[in-house]
Ligand binder design. Structure first.
Ligand code: SAJ
Length: 431
């Protein structure tokens, strides 16, 4: 990569992180090729459209594709900078699976030339960037590798985790601070000069291993803190207290900031990444492991409470929301989906699901008899509401449209909801 010219870039993986990243880099003037194994993703992007929901992304992709700055391919091209943004799932034993990262590295290795930079952005267990380096070293003995050669390496390899929040990806991609961990300090500086082209937040350099651990730490921190809120909600339920009130009052302390309880923790990051730490240090992580158990256990707790409510009522029950969090169309690892599907399996056609981000019920509901209805239909037909997601649409329902409903609000979106009776009151307060 020459110092001042705009580097050509290949972004491997065009999912929730890779596509917005490719588009933002293209907006900065670099020619970007996005690479994905799925032909329909490549076709969609080359038509200037997108295959995921994210605020403002469609317009941005349309613009950079039209200007010839972004294109997509199933093949990794030659480039100055390679950004790897592929998934890192875990297996049944919660062991991280870095197979997609290594596959991407293998494809990148065939294209590398002297002066190129390889950056891993996928959330990865500590040591993965070094494994990428070792794989490339094995495949390309003609290139001097950072950390393995005497003197200056031929290529730079770094780890720079994405930290963006779904629903705010474009804004956070540009404005969040970035941690850039190099295999060597020289690698970190090389990657830094790349990120400075499109990141307005501060870019801090470190080692690849520290940057890998930083990313895992951020999500484990959030998981542990949500677990605390979820545990409080179960305690409050037992003691007949309103958990939302308790948290609101406690948060008035200047050094207390408790997060919100909910039906559990979903998504593909916070419910997954803490396991990468546990897996690398199983004896040393009782707290992180317990937090995972508390958050996973919240799903069963909500199902039990909902069951009791449903057993005492008649007629259709509205489950509000399936997404793993508010205002997105992402149902992966969603506690709301697990809860609604469990209730549908048990109560069949009594269950009506409202999810403005779904065109049809997911396959988990096949054969249950449950149906997808819109919010107005639920307000007209259902006397019982189980709130599972805090979508803005649900929050906007005024009190006079729900005052006569029996409500179990796991997200605390309707603090003004009247408590019609002792059982439902206890259920609503459970959080
Ligand atoms: N949740 C609660 N209570 C809360 C906050 C969240 O129950 O107070 C639940 C949500 O409903 C959801 C889950 O936790 O089910 C995760 O949602 P989230 O908004 O906390 O996080 P994600 O998974 O959308 O994104 C996280 C972010 N990490 C942190 O905030 C530390 C994001 O910055 C990361 O880039 C992303 O993971 C990632 O890709 O790793």
């Amino acid at each position: 990569m020459q110092a001042e010219s705009k580097p050509t870039v290949a972004v491997i993986g065009l999912g929730y992180i890779g596509l917005p990243t490719a588009a933002v880099i293209a907006r900065s003037g670099s020619k970007v090729v996005g690479v994905d194994v799925a032909p329909h993703v490549v076709e969609t992007i080359n038509e200037g459209r997108i295959h995921i929901e994210e605020i403002d992304l469609e317009g941005l992709v349309q613009g950079v594709v039209a200007r010839g700055l972004l294109s997509a391919s199933t093949e990794v091209p030659c480039a100055d900078v390679f950004v790897i943004a592929v998934p890192t799932p875990f297996d049944e034993d919660h062991a991280p699976d870095i197979g997609f990262v290594l596959e991407a590295a293998r494809a990148v290795a065939t294209r590398l030339k002297h002066g190129d930079t390889v950056i891993l952005e996928s959330t990865s267990p500590v040591g993965t960037t070094e494994q990428v380096r070792d794989l490339i070293a094995h495949q390309r003995p003609d290139l001097a590798m950072p950390g393995l050669c005497e003197g200056t390496a031929d290529i730079a390899i770094a780890y720079c985790p994405e930290r963006v929040l779904p629903g705010r990806i474009l804004e956070e991609l540009t404005n969040n601070d970035r941690v850039i961990g190099g295999i060597t300090p020289r690698c970190a500086r090389k990657a830094l000069s790349f990120y400075r082209r499109f990141v307005r937040g501060e870019c801090i350099t470190s080692s690849a291993r520290a940057a890998e651990m930083t990313k895992l730490t951020e999500n484990a921190y959030r998981d542990v803190n949500i677990a605390f809120a979820n545990e409080l909600s179960i305690v409050s339920d037992k003691l007949g207290l309103d958990v939302w009130e308790v948290i609101r009052l406690a948060n008035r302390h200047p050094r207390v900031n408790i997060l919100s309880p909910g039906p559990g923790v979903g998504g593909h990051c916070i419910a997954v990444d803490p396991w990468f730490i546990v897996h690398s240090a199983p004896e040393e992580t009782p707290l992180i492991r317990t937090a995972r158990a508390v958050n996973d256990g919240k799903v069963g707790h909500v199902v039990e409470h909902a069951e009791r409510l449903i057993a005492r009522t008649r007629g259709p029950v509205a489950c509000l929301g399936l997404a793993f969090k508010a205002n997105i169309d992402d149902f992966r690892e969603s506690p709301a989906l697990k809860i609604a599907a469990a209730l549908a399996r048990r109560h069949g056609d009594r269950i009506a699901v409202v999810e403005p981000f779904a065109a049809a019920l997911p396959r988990e509901f096949d054969g249950t008899g449950a149906r997808l209805i819109d919010l107005d239909g639920a307000i007209d037909d259902c006397a019982t509401f189980i709130v599972l997601v805090d979508h803005d649409l649900f929050k906007s329902v005024p009190l006079d449209e729900r005052a006569d409903k029996l409500v179990y609000d796991t997200r605390g979106i309707w603090p003004d909801q009247p408590a019609p009776g002792p059982i439902s009151r206890r259920l609503r307060l459970a959080g």
